[in-house]
Design a protein around this ligand. Structure first.
Ligand code: UDP
Length: 239
């Protein structure tokens, strides 16, 4: 049974960067996201776990294209997510929000290991849990890791914040097709049949099989993160 107050938020690594600076991690951007999370936690009985990506630092596919061993390159990507997780933890704690980083790859001096029951305990105690290193396996993405952890900890929804200026799921790519329209809700079957870009296919299929709804919303508009954490129906619901 899903816990109604428990939510997993997927933040892409690139959401921590900014076009306004050339920093890999933009402190002002991370601070804004952390502030919205802390505000949402104050205004609602919310149990929040965040899966951070690493695309601002490294993607496994990039190394593979350059001739690297895929598993090694993916491991580099997972380590990148950990750097992002620490940045987010730091920003959350500067806003007074207790946070624990739980890593799927053991690095005892830096983060706690991911243990499902421990993650749930932290959430029950009001701490924000930040998942680092995806699910710890190469060949996977943090989208799929977010879906897996959401199912494991019995979250009621997976919130997927986008950073590319597209505020939900569209019938076609709105940047290429001006007649594309945004769905308020769309079924998993339609997303799969029409190959709509929401998350990678592994993640979508996992959510479909496990009845885990996804809300896709524009993360970059100020207040959107807070509002979506408060349960507002922004963007598109995939269910
Ligand atoms: N990764 C992985 N296993 C996981 C999660 C991530 O191997 O369980 C690697 C993979 O190489 C990926 C990189 O970490 O390209 C960064 O994650 P992702 O691309 O999902 O980050 P995002 O696009 O969300 O920033």
């Amino acid at each position: 049974m899903a816990n109604e107050n428990r939510v997993v938020l997927k933040l892409s690594g690139e959401a921590l960067a900014s076009s306004a600076s050339d920093q890999t991690i933009d402190a002002l951007t991370v601070d804004r996201l952390a502030r919205e999370i802390a505000e949402a936690k104050e205004s609602r009985d919310l149990e929040l776990a965040v899966m951070v990506g690493g695309g601002n630092i490294w993607r496994g596919a990039t190394g593979e294209l350059a001739g690297m061993d895929r598993a090694t390159s993916d491991t580099m990507g997972m380590l990148g997510t950990t750097i992002n997780a620490l940045a987010l933890q730091d920003a959350l704690e500067s806003h007074g929000q207790a946070t624990r980083v739980l890593s799927a790859v053991s690095m005892a001096e830096v983060a706690e290991p991911y243990i499902r029951r421990r993650a749930i305990r932290h959430l029950e105690k009001g701490r924000v849990v930040v998942f680092a290193a995806g699910m710890g396996n190469p060949y996977f993405t943090t989208d799929t890791s977010a879906a897996l952890r959401a199912a494991e900890i019995e979250a009621s929804i997976l919130l997927k914040g986008t950073h590319g200026g597209v505020d939900g799921v569209y019938s076609a790519d709105p940047k290429l097709d001006p007649s594309a329209t945004r769905y308020e809700t769309v079924s998993f079957s339609e997303v799969l049949a029409k190959d709509l870009r929401v998350m990678d296919l592994t993640a979508i299929t996992f959510c479909k099989d496990n009845n885990l709804p996804i809300r896709v919303f524009d993360l970059m508009s100020p207040t959107n993160l807070r509002r979506s954490l408060l349960g507002e129906a922004l963007g598109t619901l995939v269910a």
